[in-house]
Design a protein. Structure first.
Length: 312
């Protein structure tokens, strides 16, 4: 006994559709959330790159034009601005920054407090450059001597980093946090300073001797923008797939209901293949294939041919 159409083509219940709809909405919401996160990452990187491109090659200005007094904090929009500092490095106050490789080469950054002789009279931490790791891996290979006496420094301003809660050997720090660098250098906590530090460009018109130059900032925006569009497309695809499934099942249910109601009246101008699908009686039988003839003559044909030959 054959199954009825209702048994072969079971229509989803309202509860099943609601469960499926909730699942689709959850997937779409997750895709939208991921797309928004990628968009925020893109905006953050784009703002950073715009700041670098606007400030990196600007003409150096006196420090007081950007940070007019001790305790001033560097604004995010002033990052990478070159400033001119006139004064002198604090003698014997070199501090090494750990775990900050350059070009995948392990080593240390050399941080030295610089006393600005001017307005404002503050101490600025200057990152003079990079030195590779020594043979024992616990210290730098060789730290070049810091210039003594009056020096003119051009440095690009950078934001002060958050303090580190990790310990470090004497004379070393884990991050370029001004308060921690000054403490590691043996300077008192009351030393007047600013909320930022300087990345060295030149000293008295020349790069720091014996130190590797700090690398230029990365201007790559990454793939966040393309990922944003991909996640939004996934969200639209999930909802669109649900609507297509709903439309197809409703169309099939309507067709099955029409077939179950009785003979289908097919207009004369309906294409043959559509008419045959709607009305099975219009389907043409498959033409029978002709039987293949044997590869040789039958026994009767051989006997008749032999009789003719003998003249019977």
């Amino acid at each position: 006994m054959s199954d009825s159409p209702a048994e072969v083509h079971r229509t989803r219940s309202l509860r099943e559709w609601l469960v499926l709809l909730v699942g689709v909405l959850v997937v779409a919401a997750l895709c939208v959330a991921a797309g928004r996160w990628q968009w925020h990452r893109y905006e953050s990187k784009k703002a950073r790159v715009d700041t670098i491109q606007a400030n990196f090659s600007a003409t150096p200005v006196p420090l007081g034009d950007i940070l007019p007094a001790a305790g001033s904090t560097l604004a995010a929009g002033d990052q990478w601005r070159p400033v001119e500092l006139e004064g002198a490095y604090v003698p014997g106050a070199e501090v090494l920054l750990r775990n900050r490789p350059v070009g995948s080469t392990p080593g240390y950054h050399v941080l030295v407090p610089f006393e600005v002789a001017g307005d404002p009279a503050v101490t600025v931490v200057v990152d003079r450059g990079f030195v590779p790791m020594g043979a024992d891996g616990a210290s730098a290979a060789e730290v070049p001597a810091t210039p003594a006496g009056p020096t003119t420094v051009i440095a690009r301003l950078r934001l002060d980093e958050d303090p580190s809660d990790r310990g470090a050997p004497a004379g070393q720090v884990q991050r370029i946090n001004v308060a921690q660098v000054l403490a590691a250098a043996g300077l008192p906590a009351t030393t007047p300073t600013i909320g930022g530090y300087g990345a060295l460009v030149v000293e008295d018109g020349e790069p720091a001797p014996g130190l590797f130059r700090l690398p230029d900032p990365d201007l790559d925006l990454g793939s966040h923008l393309s990922y944003t569009f991909q996640w939004f497309v996934f969200a639209i695809g999930a909802i669109g797939g649900f609507l297509l499934l709903l439309r197809r099942e409703r169309r099939e249910a309507t067709t099955r209901a029409a077939l179950a109601a009785g003979p289908v009246v097919v207009p004369d101008d309906t294409p043959d293949d559509v008419a045959a699908w709607l009305d099975p009686s219009r389907r043409r039988a498959e033409p029978s294939r002709p039987r293949r003839r044997a590869s040789g003559p039958s026994d009767e044909e051989i006997e008749d041919a032999e009789a003719e030959r003998l003249g019977r």
